[in-house]
Design a protein around this ligand. Structure first.
Ligand code: IMP
Length: 183
C-alpha cells in the first residue's frame, strides 16, 4: 500500500490524494471485462481506444474480455472555430479497420464536459457500425448533454483534476499505476 504520493515516479511532486488505488482499479477493470463479455454475445467486436488517455485502461481491459475482438485506436484533435471540420473534431489517426457492421466499443479515459464524445459519436455513427457503445473509466457527471451515455463506467469521478493510469497533466503522470487528484 502506498503511504504517500511523492515518489520517484512523480519526480517528488506531492499529489493531493490517491482517489483509486491499484487494487481498486484492477478489481473494477475485471468486472467491466465481465460485463462487456456478457453484453456482446455475438457479432464482431472492435474495441476503439481514444488516445492518449485510454492506453493503459484499454490494455488492461481487453485482457479481461473473454471473446474474440479487434483493437484499434483513434486520435482526435479539436478544431478552432475558424476551421471547417466534421463536428469540429478532426481525426489525426483514423482507424484502418472497417467499422461497418461491427459492434464498436469506444474506450475513453474520462468524461468531463462530454464535448469530445459528442463529436466522436456522430462521426462514428456515419461509418455504419452494427452498434456503438462507450466504455469510460471515469465519469464526472457534469456534462449537460451527452449524445450517448456510456454503457460501461469504471468509476464516478470527483470533480477534481485527476492524473495517473493514463491521465495526464501537461503530458506528465500518465505512468502512475493509481489515479490521484492533482488539486
Ligand atoms: P471532455 O471533452 O470535456 O469530456 O474531455 C475529455 C478529455 O479531457 C479526456 O479524454 C481527457 O483527456 C481530458 N480530461 C478531462 N478531465 C480530465 C482530468 O481530470 N484529468 C486529466 N484529463 C482530463
Amino acid at each position: 500500500m502506498l503511504s504517500g504520493t511523492a515518489s520517484p515516479k512523480t519526480g517528488g511532486t506531492e499529489l493531493k490524494r490517491i482517489v483509486f488505488d491499484e487494487e481498486t482499479i484492477a478489481r473494477r477493470v475485471r468486472e467491466l471485462g465481465q460485463e462487456i463479455t456478457t453484453r456482446y454475445s455475438d457479432g464482431e467486436l472492435l474495441v476503439l481506444g481514444l488516445l492518449k488517455g485510454s492506453f493503459i485502461f484499454l490494455s488492461d481491459l481487453v485482457r479481461r474480455i473473454d471473446r474474440p475482438l479487434q483493437v484499434d485506436f483513434l486520435v482526435a484533435a479539436s478544431y478552432g472555430a475558424e476551421t471547417v471540420s466534421s463536428g469540429n473534431v478532426r481525426l489525426l489517426y483514423d482507424p484502418e479497420t472497417e467499422l461497418a457492421g461491427k459492434h464498436i466499443l469506444l474506450v475513453e479515459d474520462i468524461v468531463d464536459t462530454g464535448r469530445t464524445l459528442n463529436r466522436l459519436v456522430s462521426l462514428l455513427k456515419e461509418r455504419g457500425p452494427r452498434s456503438l457503445e462507450i466504455c469510460a473509466l471515469l465519469h464526472k457527471h457534469i456534462a449537460e448533454h451527452l449524445a450517448l451515455e456510456p454503457a460501461f463506467i469504471g468509476f464516478d469521478a470527483p470533480k477534481a483534476f485527476l492524473v495517473g493510469y493514463g491521465l495526464d497533466h501537461a503530458q506528465n503522470f500518465r505512468h502512475l499505476p493509481y489515479i490521484a487528484s492533482l488539486t
